[in-house]
Design a protein around this ligand. Structure first.
Ligand SMILES: Cc1ncc(COP(=O)(O)O)c(C=O)c1O
Length: 378
């Protein structure tokens, strides 16, 4: 920090700021909600179908099925593929717990694989060594807003007859070699958790697929296994996209490209500002990717110390994620010790997510970088 700072220089910088986005869509959301409230039709209805169609057109995929949240979306995708007990599903050790949770909830067994050192995405070489005759699905996670290397992953999955189930929760609008995240595997899942690039005002999610049979299965499963009222052909769930959330998502979808462009500009500015800060490893974008920077994650030595110092001066940095899945209590039963996934384990202690949202200002970013420089070289 310099001695010539003004009060605005010292204003806190949050990790994510959803207020500006809300201001932009507030009138549209209010008008849409008034219509829903006037009709008192809170479940289903034209708003949900409209959002599904708009999101499908935006992504370039045949079917979007709105569901209650991203974790359900993954589970429903797996169940539509008829995956259950005895089946193995491969996923990265360095993801949010929901990816693995959904596998367990479907009754299948999660098998973890390590990530690539520079991009932190699923390592195709590690995947190749982990597939077996029991592998039924591979779940690449498009971590932090860039796609995993699907053209390397898909043939490995296909070699054992497994499906690719994309976890696109962090990658709405991201592209790989021109194709949208969530449209490349057999089926995909996303989350509209409020902080996501396309975020609802509560929990929401969706399943995407070009396969009509899988879409039909998810449609049935999300609605109590019911093709028609009080007719239940199988045991399903109550996992529907809330009508009020569909209104929010349609309003925000119209702005998503612009917001993602702003995120890319902010990421480019961090790249530039951080080039002069020793000891900070900047994020790497894999060839062929157009990222959407859900998170801008650097790596630093003495991370916990750096994080505490940033918090002390009002910078809302975070960690995504502090503990690889096999070292969490929830997955202790897998019996995987420390050392099982060296890249995921080493990098977990270095990761630092810097504040990033479409409306972040140059001044805010300069403040983040100045604070980081101060703690890197006290
Ligand atoms: C990679 C990943 N997968 C799955 C999920 C689960 O989504 P949700 O919180 O909507 O259940 C999230 C987000 O929280 C996520 O970041």
């Amino acid at each position: 920090m310099t001695s010539t700072t003004s009060p605005t220089d010292l204003a806190p910088v949050p990790l994510v700021d959803l207020a500006a986005q809300h201001a932009e869509v507030a009138a549209e959301v209010a008008a849409g909600w008034d219509q829903v409230l006037a009709r008192t039709a809170f479940v289903g209805g034209p708003q949900v179908a409209a959002f599904e169609a708009e999101f499908a057109a935006y992504l370039g995929v045949d079917h979007v099925l709105g569901v209650a949240n991203g974790t359900d979306a993954i589970e429903l995708a797996l169940r539509a593929l008829d995956i259950g007990p005895g089946d193995e599903c491969l996923l990265p050790a360095n993801t949010f717990i929901a990816t693995a949770e959904a596998v367990v909830r479907a009754g299948a067994t999660p098998v973890l694989v390590d990530c690539v050192e520079d991009t932190l995405l699923m390592d195709p070489a590690a995947l190749s060594g982990a597939v077996t005759g029991r592998t039924r699905a591979v779940l690449p996670v498009h971590l932090y807003g860039q796609c995993a290397e699907l053209e390397k992953i898909a043939p490995i999955a296909a070699s054992v007859g497994a499906a690719v189930v994309e976890d696109a929760a962090q990658a709405q609008g991201a592209r790989r070699n021109g194709r949208a995240a969530g449209t490349i595997g057999e089926i995909a899942a996303t989350s509209f958790y409020p902080g996501k690039n396309l975020g609802a005002y509560g929990d929401a999610g969706a399943v995407m697929t070009n396969d009509a049979a899988l879409a039909a299965s998810v449609r049935l499963l999300r609605e109590h296994g019911s093709p028609r009222k009080y007719e239940h052909t199988e045991l399903g769930f109550n996992s529907r996209l809330d009508t009020l959330q569909a209104v929010v998502l349609s309003a925000k979808l119209r702005r998503l490209e612009g917001w993602n462009t702003d995120r890319r500009a902010a990421a480019a500015r961090y790249d530039e500002l951080l080039a002069e800060v020793d000891g900070v490893v900047r994020p790497v974008v894999a060839d062929g990717n157009l990222p959407v920077w859900h998170l801008y994650v650097v790596r630093v030595p003495r991370r916990d110390e750096v994080l505490a110092a940033l918090h002390a001066v009002g910078i809302g940095a975070g960690i995504h994620y502090p503990t690889p899945l096999h070292l969490t209590g929830a997955f202790e039963h897998l019996g995987l010790r420390k050392g099982s996934f060296p890249v995921a384990e080493r990098t977990a202690g270095e990761l630092l997510s810097l504040p990033l949202f479409p409306e972040i200002t140059e001044q805010q970013q300069q403040r983040v970088v100045a604070a980081l420089r101060g703690v890197s070289h006290p």
